[in-house]
Design a protein around this ligand. Structure first.
Ligand code: ADP
Ligand code: MG
Length: 339
């Protein structure tokens, strides 16, 4: 029989990869913000129109890119962040897959301005559906600005699947919060349809939480602190009386990356046992620092899940640390008093 297997053209492979990385406008926001952080920016601006359906733009003041790098950044598996497989176990960057820009450019219209500090002139590059429209020399500030328009223009099924503008905006704000809470040392701005929604100055963790969730949050916070061989834990839990029926203010960060972990969530809930009603959820902002070699972040393209080397030990430490903080603040089980 005749040979029938063919390598897919790059733009098709990119579009397939995009299906995993880019679910909605908020996924683009996450990838662009993380790139801006990896570029060592101190100020990052996010500009949105119509919940990201008309525009998602991220402007940073980071290291920028050379002309060649600007072009290469849109190739798949093109990254400055790792060189070899071993580097996956000593990650200090948000990115490493080299897939985000290639994926986004495969399914949207992208316009990029970028300039490294040591160059007088920068690069302006336009790319639509993996096709370079032009690349030219441009006068532009130090750093990088990327705008993404017409998301899913060539995937009608995805475009039609987008939710209403307020719903997509909500997802974007959630993503913005996660990134901003992980990096209080960076100032972040968010504008939607020309209105400033957030203006977060450089600060520390507590101040950032209060800036994001409002002044009323401050009184809720009980500090959590622990330093062991396995993990360093810092951050805050919300006092038991602020436990809510709805989930929401629950954040784990591992090495400055927001992650979802039902297992670790359970450890925190277990520490609150007897202090909150079983149909309510405790609030927390917990920052875990572990050796990069003890985790695997490469288990899902969106990198919101982590595989820990020794999750049982982590669970036990987390639970007892949270319990200890609750105890220190002298909050005896109010439910016990009732009986
Ligand atoms: P990854 O972040 O996994 O490396 P991306 O596709 O997100 O992959 O980006 C590709 C490369 O483009 C990055 O490795 C980086 O070198 C460069 N890059 C992307 N965004 C920026 C930015 N805002 N500032 C400077 N360089 C950037
Ligand atoms: Mg990236």
């Amino acid at each position: 029989m005749a040979d029938i297997i063919k390598l897919l053209p790059d733009h098709v492979a990119n579009q397939i990869a995009a299906g995993e990385v880019v679910q909605r406008p908020a996924s683009v926001v996450k990838e662009l913000l993380e790139n801006a952080i990896d570029a060592k920016s101190s100020t990052i601006k996010l500009i949105i129109k119509e919940g990201g359906k008309n525009l998602i733009q991220v402007i940073d003041n980071g290291v920028g890119m050379s002309e060649t790098d600007a072009r290469l950044s849109f190739e798949r598996h093109a990254t400055s962040k790792i060189r070899q497989a071993e580097d996956l176990f000593k990650l200090h960057t948000k990115g490493f897959r080299g897939e985000a820009l290639a994926s986004i450019a495969a399914i949207a219209h992208v316009d990029m301005h970028t300039r490294p500090e040591d160059k007088e002139l920068g690069t302006h590059l336009k790319i639509e559906g993996s096709k370079t429209i032009f690349q030219e020399v441009a006068v532009t500030p130090k750093g990088t600005s990327i705008s993404v328009k017409n998301l899913f223009f060539n995937i009608p099924a995805r475009r039609n699947f987008l939710k209403s503008t307020p719903v997509e905006l909500r997802h974007i704000i959630d993503e913005f919060h996660r990134v901003a809470l992980a990096h209080p040392n960076i100032s972040f701005h968010l504008y939607n349809n020309g209105n400033e929604l957030f203006n977060l100055p450089q600060s520390n963790h507590r101040q950032r939480i209060v800036h994001v969730f409002g002044n009323k949050t401050n009184v809720k916070l009980v500090p959590v602190e622990e330093d062991t061989q396995v993990v360093k834990i810092s951050g805050f839990i919300a006092k038991p009386e602020f436990a809510k029926k709805t989930r929401g203010e629950q954040f784990f960060f591992v090495n400055d990356r927001f992650i979802k972990s039902p297992y670790l969530h359970h450890a925190v809930v277990a520490a609150f046992e007897g202090l909150i009603k079983s149909d309510t959820h405790p609030g927390y902002f917990l920052y875990l620092t572990v050796a990069p070699s003890s985790i695997d972040i490469n288990i899902h393209p969106t990198k919101t899940e982590v595989k820990f080397d020794d999750e049982h030990t982590l669970y036990a430490i987390l639970r007892s640390t949270v319990k200890h903080s609750l105890g220190q603040f002298n909050m005896m089980p109010s439910l016990d008093f009732e009986s």
